[in-house]
Design a protein around this ligand. Structure first.
Ligand code: AMP
Length: 300
């Protein structure tokens, strides 16, 4: 089964205590598509400007990502984000967000994608996420991500969208921001009332927790020896999560739990270098090796 991904394709400028980079390939849809592509075919819907380097298109194509839904606006500039991390590598400080071509993006889903069963609404304006969802006939699984920027600027659109979401992903601070609750269990309960059937709260280097009406499932994070740049970890998690489910076609408690483990493993590759430096160069054997180590770490 293929996965349909909509979200940002970006040029990121990032500063961490370990280094900095300017206008490198980034974006929620970029990281999640590349991650998902290790498990299943991926169709991407997004927009970039005339300044988007051809080498980035080549990389996405090399990963087998279908770019029929990637619009290139001749008179526009690519979305760009500038962020800075401190030593704890937790939430970045956003220095600048330039929506550029995304400020007027009216997504048109190619006819062949309209029957997509696995849909990932990666982090972007909830209005765009809703427009895409409206054009999909009967998705089997709709996974959605967001961030503080949209919770602050488009809260009502986001809350409206959540009614139609199967799995909602967000990190700890976003869960607190959206719910107004400080205790994570209470935050998840409050968000569940907004509509999503399942909520996954990502806790960075402390793993993630799945909340559903039946159960709570917690996984630790893989113990990485080096973290270089956390940008894209959440999106890469999401791509591995939905890619694994699409590959297996079945969505149930067992496959969802395993998908979270694969999502966690994929995220570890994203943080080992700037941009797609590491994630773009791994092999299925690298994923397998980390899966085995993860198993050993959590087995008792
Ligand atoms: P994360 O997985 O949360 O670290 O996401 C990082 C990616 O989100 C970066 O590559 C950015 O280009 C992208 N991003 C940052 N701000 C926004 C935004 N407001 N809307 C969509 N994508 C964003």
């Amino acid at each position: 089964m293929s996965v349909l991904v909509v979200g940002s394709v970006a040029l990121d400028t990032i500063k961490t205590p370990l280094g900095q980079c300017r206008r490198v390939l980034g974006g929620s849809a970029t990281y999640s598509s590349v991650s998902a592509s290790f498990f299943s075919p991926v169709n991407l819907v997004a927009v970039v400007g005339a300044d988007f380097p051809k080498v980035h298109i080549n990389l996405l194509q090399k990963k087998g990502i279908n770019l029929e839904g990637l619009e290139i606006k001749k008179n526009g500039k690519t979305f760009s984000w500038e962020g800075e991390y401190s030593w704890d590598f937790s939430d970045p400080k956003t220095i600048a967000t330039h929506l550029n071509v995304f400020s007027q993006f009216d997504p048109k889903i190619p006819k062949e994608y309209k029957n997509s069963e696995f849909l990932f609404l990666a982090n972007i304006d909830p209005q765009i996420q809703a427009e895409v969802l409206k054009q999909i006939n009967e998705p089997k699984l709709v996974v959605c991500d967001t961030m503080n920027y949209w919770i602050e600027s488009s809260r009502s659109q986001l809350v409206k969208l959540l009614k139609d979401i199967d799995v909602f992903l967000l990190n700890e601070s976003e869960a607190r921001q959206l719910s107004g609750e400080t205790v994570i269990v209470k935050a998840a309960r409050a968000i569940a009332k907004m509509g999503p059937k399942k909520i996954i709260i990502k806790k960075g280097e402390h793993g993630s927790i799945l909340f559903s009406n039946k159960s709570v499932f917690s996984v630790p994070a893989y113990l990485l020896e080096s973290i270089f740049d956390p940008t894209g970890a959440g999106d890469t998690f999401a791509g591995g999560f939905i890619g694994y489910l699409a590959k297996n076609k079945k969505v149930n408690e067992n496959t969802i739990r395993r998908a979270i483990v694969y999502g966690s493993i994929m995220a570890t590759f994203a943080v080992e270098d700037f941009s797609l430096g590491r994630l773009g160069n791994i092999t299925p054997d690298d994923i397998k090796a980390r899966y085995e180590k993860f198993k050993a770490l959590t087995c008792f």
